[in-house]
Design a protein around this ligand. Structure first.
Ligand code: WT7
Length: 633
């Protein structure tokens, strides 16, 4: 049955014949059925499109659940498939990366051939600093080409990268360097965002001073605004590039498929951020396959994933996925509204972008400036659009579809997580769309929505979203804490992966994500943990106790609201509230700045002392407080 013959309920957008005719996967239904029938064969076929130093003995090893392994016995390096492989064929001369600075003054392009040279030079430099297979390297940089070189250089030599988003500040960076015991940190002297200079090196200095594992800091010059250099520890990248160490060729390390590729810290239920671990083999197959089918990448495409490389979206779909597909990517250093709200649309016209992938918060933020901005530019190069990070409200979806996509570009609303590594619930271009729904699980995946006791709920009922099948790009563990991995994802509903989201499924089998059910707040699509925010507040001398919750925000999706109990002898005041907002931003980063800090005498807690954030939330929204039987009196 063709897509158009299927009767679906509600507001449905069917793909045009043109879109269907060029799809990399023309018959979604048939492919989905085949993949579910034989999961290992489906992934094996995809893996065969890539090059392996040694083939696998087994596609999926599930003998020690939930510690699944993929492509066991195989040897590979993701960088071999991102770069080396393309040097033997035509992509060699194709652009891998197009970059523009925030002020529009700098433009850079790198072919796959050039990419190999730049990555090899950086790899030789970090090797000369003693970085070896299995070592951890923290990367804390802005959106500049060198962040890609740094990540790929680590992977090339077999080191494990840990990228920390450049919008985080000292405490967040320090905790992540310390937890990973990185021996090298790669940073920039500074970065530019929304016309402001971000003092990356200075923040890095403060964090590194408290991190004894760090032996060297490699500094990429971007702003040249004069930074202090520690003579023995800090090294300018551009100076090392002039030395004989920085050779143009570097051998790509042979890795086992299951060897770690990177860790990426993310927030979950209570406690410290968790280091999500991904591997060379499975992550490679997952990101390659999902990008190929969901965004239909073609040779003539110019792909723009407008996320930051510091989040999983950037890892999978700025760095690894596009290179694995031999695609041309565009990267823009700055924010969407600098120097004016037409900046992104200007870039689409200037570079002939064909696929734009961004977050609902960016769409809402740009939508409020009106249609006149996009209408000044020629956006006709666009073929497909994408959304990620949080549910997209139908109003933003329609604006994106009508004004930016000019009613001809299907929107791929991709639901996934740091943990999943790649898209999990997502349409492909041939799938009919409903604004606000990610449609259905990707090939090989099945989802389930269950109640508190793990029983599947009826259609259109809200419940816990679970994934039923293993997939190659799944997280392997929480680095250094395997018990927490089992506990957080696999214990509450045994045998199934617990996503931490609530969702509902409609009568057509379409999934609608509602939001997080744990202590995670999604602010502008960024995933933040209440625990980190609360401990930043408590680090202020006047604060005794604190609780953070997320409340709806027009542009950001959710904003952070904090409730604070002061130490004896301190009086609440608007000035103090402002000081505390500032305090959080200074410690964790500007993206973590609370919308509001309120003072309170008592926090609602369970008898065992856990803060009941849902009660605070209900009170703030004037909603019923629900079951209070566990509330301490
Ligand atoms: C959480 C994961 C993986 C991409 C960036 C975020 C929310 C993600 C969607 C979407 C509704 C979404 C979920 C998820 N989320 N994509 N298309 N529709 N919600 O990765 O930081 O690990 O956050 O983002 O709540 O659990 P992340």
């Amino acid at each position: 049955m063709s897509a158009k013959e299927t009767k679906l309920h509600g507001d449905v957008y069917y793909p045009s014949d043109e879109i269907v005719a060029q799809a990399n996967l023309p018959d979604w239904g048939k492919a989905a059925t085949a993949a579910l029938k034989d999961l290992p064969s489906f992934w094996e076929q995809e893996a065969q499109n890539l090059e392996w130093f040694k083939p696998w003995e087994k596609v999926l090893d599930d003998s020690n659940k939930p510690f699944f392994k993929w492509f066991t016995g195989a040897q590979v390096n993701i960088v071999h498939n991102c770069i080396d492989r393309h040097l033997k064929t035509s992509p060699k001369n194709k652009l891998a990366l197009i970059w523009e600075s925030e002020d529009g003054q700098l433009h850079k392009t790198y072919s796959f051939f050039a990419m190999n040279r730049e990555v090899s030079r950086m790899a030789n430099i970090i090797k000369s600093m003693g970085v070896r297979k299995g070592d951890r390297v923290t990367i804390y940089m802005g959106r500049v080409p060198e962040i890609m070189f740094a990540m790929l250089a680590c992977a090339k030599v077999g080191a494990i990268h840990s990228v920390v988003f450049g919008g985080f500040s000292v405490d967040a960076l320090r905790d992540r360097i310390q937890d990973s015991e990185s021996k090298l940190v790669i940073t920039c002297d500074g970065g530019y965002q929304n016309g402001k200079l971000i003092e990356l090196k200075r923040i890095c200095d403060d964090a590194v001073e408290q991190s004894p594992s760090v032996e060297n800091v490699l500094v990429v010059q971007r702003t040249d605004h004069g930074v202090a250099m520690n003579e023995t520890r800090d090294h300018w990248y551009h100076e090392l590039l002039e030395t004989p160490v920085a050779k143009d060729r570097c051998e790509t390390e042979v890795m086992d498929a299951e060897d770690p590729l990177f860790i990426l810290y993310t927030s979950g239920s209570t406690g410290k951020p968790k280091a999500i671990l991904h591997t060379h083999g499975g992550y490679m197959v997952g990101t390659y396959t999902t990008l190929k089918y969901v965004f239909d990448l073609k040779d003539e495409d110019r792909w723009w994933c407008a996320a930051d490389p510091g989040w999983i979206t950037g890892h999978s779909y700025i760095v690894y996925g596009p290179l694995l597909n031999g695609a041309t990517s565009f990267m823009y250093e700055g924010g969407p509204t600098h120097p004016n709200p037409g900046r992104w649309w200007q870039l689409i016209e200037r570079y002939g972008i064909t696929v734009l992938y961004t977050a609902p918060t960016a769409i809402r933020g740009l939508m409020r400036f009106g249609e006149d901005w996009p209408n000044q530019y020629d956006l006709s190069s666009l073929r497909l659009l994408g959304s990620v990070g949080e549910p997209i409200n139908p109003e933003a979806w329609k604006w994106y579809y009508d004004v930016i996509g000019q009613k001809k570009c299907p929107i791929m609303d991709t639901w996934w997580q740091t943990e999943t590594g790649a898209f999990m619930i997502t349409p492909t271009p041939v799938v009919p769309l409903k604004p606000g729904s990610g449609t259905r699980p990707f090939l090989g995946q099945e989802a389930e929505i269950v109640d508190e006791d793990g029983h599947p709920v009826e259609d259109n009922q809200e419940g816990y979203l679970l994934l039923k099948n293993p997939w190659p790009s799944m997280l392997r563990t929480i680095y250094g804490d395997p018990d927490r991995y089992v506990d957080q994802y696999w214990s509450r509903f045994p045998g199934k992966y617990m996503t931490g989201d609530s969702a509902r499924r409609d009568e057509d089998g379409y999934y609608w994500i509602i939001g997080r059910v744990d202590d995670v707040i999604k602010v502008s699509g960024h995933r933040l943990g209440t625990a980190e925010i609360e401990s930043a507040l408590v680090s202020h001398p006047m604060v005794a106790e604190a609780a953070a919750i997320g409340l709806p925000h027009e542009i950001k999706g959710h904003g952070i609201h904090c409730f604070v109990i002061l130490n004896e002898g301190n009086a609440p005041s608007p000035d103090l509230a402002e000081e505390l907002r500032q305090h959080v931003a200074q410690h964790l980063g500007p993206i973590v700045r609370p919308e509001e800090v309120s003072f309170i005498d008592k926090l609602p807690k369970t008898r065992s002392g856990k803060i009941m954030r849902r009660v605070l939330k209900a009170r703030a929204l004037g909603e019923p407080e629900g079951d209070l039987s566990t509330l301490e009196s």
